[in-house]
Design a protein around this ligand. Structure first.
Ligand code: ZN
Length: 90
């Protein structure tokens, strides 16, 4: 999706620096339904962006409020967010 963008050497250095920083972080994704934890597993678009940015690990909640930790590169998701559905219609 973003692979055909040509970058200047300065932009490439910045992109490499950003990827290096993101590869060291764990991203926590939390969604609330009222005051309770709801499912927050990243959707396909978010998963793609995490892969592009080289995010190492993601922690998210399921519908029972349990925390799940996964390596982004090993994660599988078929979830399509409500925002993606709305954008696809327009
Ligand atoms: Zn998403």
């Amino acid at each position: 999706m973003y692979h055909n963008i040509s970058l200047t050497s300065k932009e490439l250095k910045l992109a490499t620096l950003i990827r290096r920083k993101f590869s060291q972080i764990t991203l926590f994704v939390i969604q609330l339904s009222g005051s309770k934890l709801a499912s927050s597993k990243p959707c396909k678009v978010c998963h793609h962006m995490m892969c592009v940015l080289h995010v190492k690990t993601v922690v998210y909640t399921d519908t029972n409020g349990n925390l799940h930790e996964e390596k982004v590169k090993n994660m599988e998701t078929n979830h399509i967010s409500q925002l993606s559905r709305v954008m696809k219609k327009n």
